[in-house]
Design a protein around this ligand. Structure first.
Ligand code: ADP
Ligand code: TZD
Ligand code: MG
Length: 570
């Protein structure tokens, strides 16, 4: 602190203006990795009462910020150092943008004059230019008096309309800039109505209702945008009063309980094929829904009603008969009002057919979930975890892997909204630990992270972070000794096959190294006991769940996306 500051006491600087601007907008949690030029920014944030969680790698801090945004509707903040730290955070920023999660990546950067003349500054990089194509908006603040406006622009860009990732570049020099404290305070901006409601037009609602009225076999598809919108009661009322079967996308599971009589989750193939009218709510017709066409959608011609806040999403893959553009809460409420009392529910022929398929599929699966085989298969192990989530419905399930992801998604029923957090639109491995940490920090709920052994490896070092903050996270590593399977053989050389890891690895020992509790589970009963004990304790724990190396299949459920060589023999 300069003498002048001490003497006059009425100066502020870039550091403190950033902090004041964030706090003024109720942003109180930051996920970061410290270093030049943001170390002191993190310290001052802590001193100002903000929660600053330090990670072992920026990518994981970024995934934490991304999911914090999804859970809270406020931008999650990731803070990194320049060039390498910035680049490490960038994957998460792109992931947030792809998934429509509001997040701000704040990176310190080097001296503009030197960077722009490419004179080789410490960690020199034109970060703003590099971030731009990977996010929804990117800004740089050069003057302390612009910090208030700059942060306001970041917040609005992140949460308004379709949410997404925002980049904010803070050159080192800015943080040290000094200005009069009163003028500084006056320059701060409190963002009013950051994500304004967007009402659908009455014509759009009328058109959508007309399309639905003509439907013989209607279907509702709920996506993670519907979960994000936190319009849970309105969505439930719409589903129930319409009587239409619904299919939840992965992270939309639990908006209504998966055990709901109208859930078509266990009859996915049937409803996609046989429905004639589909109402999408906060879900895109991307690869996860086979782009709305082709074999998965069968022969029956479809009409689509599409509720989304992003107008350009309409007709992105197939023709949308009734686009409804607006925020989900407003759109769903308008649809409900329009349906009124005289709404005719779909025919029993259709809803019974869906129900029968659900029941027969569930019944077929049930005995497999009870098996107590050693080594465990996915069904036996997930059958145990399914019961645990049923008994602890407020626990947040984090899930990544290939087979570990696909089987868990279909086997573990969810009962509450926003309790299933996973790899998202890209299917990113490595989101697990950052997601688990932010879930615990933002909600205070217990977290169960079900991880493929490969998936876990991408962010495994963050178990130290989990222990350091003593978070109620129980990690279960599905250890099948590899990617998809642990049994591949390299036909040609000495190295093991590309998908295979060290045999009989003990991931539980990693947790013990940091003071958490490690368990080794070789049967579903042991797994159940270990996870229950861990979750009862509320302390960091890791269960090494030994899974049969032969149990999985290539790429889980999406093996069809692998290109095939016509000349090579496997
Ligand atoms: P899923 O992967 O679950 O199918 P997607 O990520 O593909 O879901 O789709 C989410 C959609 O939700 C995006 O198109 C996004 O624009 C939309 N969305 C997000 N928030 C809102 C909101 N508050 N109101 C309306 N649409 C929203
Ligand atoms: N890198 C990143 C960032 N994301 C990816 N999706 C992949 C690589 C490719 N990949 C998958 O799509 S799943 C997977 C990889 C490496 C790991 C699957 O192995 P696992 O799960 O151990 O996590 P199972 O249960 O063995 O199938
Ligand atoms: Mg594996």
């Amino acid at each position: 602190m300069s003498e002048e500051v001490e003497e006059t006491g009425n100066l502020t600087d870039g550091f403190h203006l950033v902090i004041d601007a964030l706090k003024l907008n109720d942003i109180n949690t930051v996920y970061n990795v410290p270093g030049i030029p943001i170390t002191d920014l993190g310290r001052y944030m802590q001193a100002a009462g903000m929660r600053v969680l330090s990670f072992r790698h920026e990518q994981n801090a970024g995934y934490a910020a991304a999911i914090a945004g999804y859970l809270t509707q406020k931008p999650g903040i990731c803070m990194t150092v320049s060039a390498p730290g910035f680049l490490n955070g960038l994957t998460a920023l792109a992931h947030a943008t792809t998934n429509c999660f509001p997040m701000i990546l704040i990176s310190g950067s080097s001296e503009r004059e030197i960077v722009d003349l490419q004179q080789g500054d410490y960690e020199e990089m034109d970060q703003l230019a590099i971030a731009k194509p990977l996010c929804k908006a990117a800004y740089r603040i050069l003057h302390a008096e612009d910090i208030g406006i700059g942060i306001a622009r970041c917040i609005r860009a992140a949460v308004s309309g379709r949410p997404g990732g925002v980049y904010l570049d803070l050159p080192a020099k800015l943080l040290g800039q000094v200005m009069d404290a009163d003028v500084g305070e006056g320059s701060l901006v409190k963002v009013i109505d950051a994500a304004p409601r967007q009402l659908p037009s009455p014509e759009a609602i009328g058109r959508a209702l007309d399309v639905l009225k003509d439907a013989e076999r209607p279907l509702i598809i709920l996506g993670k945008g519907a979960a994000y919108a936190q319009a849970d009661d309105a969505i439930r009322t719409l589903v129930e009063s319409s009587g239409i079967p619904y299919l939840p996308m992965s992270m939309a599971k639990g908006i209504l309980p998966d055990t709901h009589p109208q859930s078509a989750g266990a009859a996915r193939s049937l409803v996609l094929k046989d429905s004639d009218t589909v109402m999408m709510i906060g879900a895109r017709l991307n690869w996860l829904l086979s782009h709305g066409k082709g074999k998965a959608w069968g022969e029956t011609p479809k009409k689509f009603v599409h509720i989304d806040i992003e107008p350009r999403e309409m007709d992105s893959n197939v023709e949308i008969a009734a686009p409804v553009v607006g925020d989900i809460g407003s759109c769903v409420e308008a649809m409900l009002e329009g349906m009124g009392k005289g709404w005719k529910k779909p025919s029993a022929a259709w809803t019974d057919a869906v129900r029968e398929k659900v029941e027969s599929n569930v019944a077929r699966m049930a005995p497999r979930l009870q098996n107590n085989n050693v080594p465990m298969d996915y069904h036996g192990a997930l059958g145990a975890l399914r019961t645990i989530i049923k008994e602890r419905p407020d626990a947040i399930l984090v899930n990544e892997g290939a087979n570990t992801l696909d089987f868990a998604r279909s086997i573990i029923d969810m009962y509450q909204p926003r309790k299933r957090l996973d790899v998202g639109t890209w299917g990113v491995m490595g989101v697990g630990m950052g997601t688990a940490i932010a879930a615990a920090v933002e909600t205070g709920n217990p977290v169960l992270a079900v991880e493929g052994d490969s998936a876990f490896g991408f962010s495994g070092m963050e178990i130290e972070t989990i222990c350091r903050y003593n978070l109620p996270v129980c990690v279960v590593v599905f250890n099948n000794g590899g990617i998809y399977r642990g049994t591949d053989v390299n036909p040609a050389g000495e190295d093991v096959a590309t998908t295979v890891f060290v045999k009989d690895a003990r991931y539980d020992k990693m947790m013990e190294a940091f003071g958490g509790v490690g368990y080794n589970a070789t049967s579903p009963d042991e797994l159940s006991q270990a996870v229950n004990a861990a979750m009862d304790s509320g302390k960091p724990a890791l269960v090494n769940a030994v899974i049969d190396a032969e149990a999985g299949t290539e790429s889980g459920r999406i093996g069809n996306l692998n290109p095939q060589s016509v000349v090579a023999k496997k």
